[in-house]
Write a protein that binds this ligand. Structure first.
Ligand code: ZN
Length: 456
């Protein structure tokens, strides 16, 4: 059995050609090894043998130990990913993911930072908890998740430029699951950029459309629109508490509670940039607020300090500025702006900021409103929520860059701080916090309605 599977696995790794899959006996094993030896460099052989052996042993273990079979997944449901393995070295690296049935996959490389993105239909990832945290060879780490309903993505962080030499899915065979296989080789930057220019046909965000946004039919509702932006989502979890809570979940919960609070007043139309665990690009969040002609955008996040970076606690309110108010604000904006890179967005295709004098003027006015709201918010929040010792800061957050929508980003607390985390998961704290935010929103929009008139 082992020999058969070893030969089988070896054949898979030498070629994607099904005719190379051989079935039984010692001769077969010798032939297959001979094939590997003739086929290429020592590195290739080592990788191939290691993976073939890995698969052979794995499958032997499985064949000896009849696992309790969970309900077999319906082939028309999302495929289930159950395991992932890396093999290889800093010249070439292979990623293999076991999956319940065959799916389509497409892989392409991105620069700055170097990444490979694998686009696949929606997959239910049931991988071991630390999967992707530790890399091997060219792959530093990888993550995976939903990017929109029906579509998942795997993003690999790389040590340098690569070429995708193979990306294919093997049929399930001999009781083994189907497998997604990705092969990367290290190349120089020029080779990489040339290949990337040819390979990348990723549809632009605008072409994909905001299918996963809070949808609202065309409306004659003239109430002011408040857009609530729960940070991160899907493939991008944001920060993680030592006890495992994820920023993306905490902020969605918070934003949903705030939405309910605001809607209960009947004064506003409240829209959210995401209402489920989906990845949304930063520029799409901004575009959405502008499309809705929002009077206010509030982006909700949680911060964290790594072990050894000291202790910090409390909520902080951020507005946009070209120059960060302090080093911590700068670090945070950089971290939050990495969301698109984490989600596998091609940053080099982002349109450059339009430098237009009118936009500039609008933006200046918008910033004044943003600052006014930030002050109001602090005045209300400080009575109910523990605030950071410097609660008002500014930095270059991309999600705050709508030129015509007053925008603030609230870090509602530190998941790295025990006391803050207790608040963040507490319903009582949440309802007090959103109540004070509601007061600030009331005060801000009441004044704006008077000075600017409705519809402005
Ligand atoms: Zn965040």
């Amino acid at each position: 059995m082992v020999v058969r599977i070893f030969a089988h696995a070896l054949a898979e790794f030498m070629s994607n050609d099904k005719s190379a899959v051989v079935s039984r006996g010692r001769t077969v094993r010798r032939n297959a090894v001979g094939l590997a030896v003739r086929h290429g460099s020592l590195a290739v052989r080592v990788v191939v043998l290691a993976i073939a052996l890995d698969l052979a042993l794995l499958s032997q273990a499985q064949s000896q130990m009849p696992l309790p079979q969970p309900d077999p997944p319906a082939v028309d449901g999302p495929a289930i990913a159950t395991d992932a393995r890396l093999a290889g070295d800093d010249k070439q690296t292979r990623l293999v993911i076991d999956i319940s049935h065959k799916i389509d996959m497409r892989a392409f490389a991105l620069a700055d930072p170097y990444r490979v993105v694998i686009e696949i239909p929606q997959v239910d990832f049931r991988l071991p908890p630390d999967t992707g945290e530790h890399g091997r060879g060219i792959i530093k780490a990888f993550r995976y998740g939903l990017v929109m309903s029906g579509q998942s993505r795997i993003v690999l962080d790389l040590t340098g430029p690569v070429r995708v030499t193979k990306a294919f899915v093997l049929d399930p065979v001999d009781g083994q699951p189907a497998r997604m296989v990705l092969d990367l080789i290290a190349v120089d930057r020029d080779t990489f950029l040339r290949a990337a220019a040819i390979d990348n046909h990723l549809p632009r965000p605008a072409e994909r459309g905001p299918a996963h946004f809070d949808r609202e039919e065309h409306t004659t509702d003239s109430r002011p629109v408040v857009v609530l932006d729960a940070g991160h989502g899907g493939i991008d979890p944001g920060t993680r508490a030592p006890s495992g809570e994820l920023e993306k979940d905490l902020v969605l919960e918070f934003a949903s509670t705030l939405r309910a609070k605001l809607e209960a007043t009947g004064k506003y139309r409240v829209m959210m940039t995401r209402t489920d665990d989906t990845f949304v690009e930063l520029s799409e969040r901004v575009r959405f607020a502008r499309q809705q002609q929002a009077q206010l955008l509030i982006s909700i996040h949680c911060d964290a300090l790594a072990r050894g970076e000291g202790e910090a606690e409390g909520a902080t309110i951020y507005t946009l500025s070209d120059k960060a108010s302090d080093a911590e604000a700068e670090r945070l904006a950089e971290a939050e702006n990495r969301a698109d890179a984490i989600g596998g967005v091609n940053l080099t295709e982002e349109p450059t900021d339009v430098a237009d004098i009118l936009i500039d003027l609008t933006q200046r006015e918008t910033r004044t409103f943003s600052n006014r709201f930030a002050h109001l918010l602090m005045g209300e929040m400080k009575s109910t929520v523990r605030m950071h010792k410097h609660p008002l800061k500014s930095a270059g957050f991309r999600v705050l860059k709508a030129p015509d929508v007053p925008s603030v980003l609230v870090e509602i607390g530190y998941v790295s701080n025990k006391g803050d985390l207790e608040h963040l998961v507490s319903e009582g704290w949440r309802s007090r916090a959103v109540a004070s935010m509601g007061q600030a929103i009331d005060a801000f929009l009441a004044k704006r309605m008077v000075t600017a008139g409705p519809g402005n």
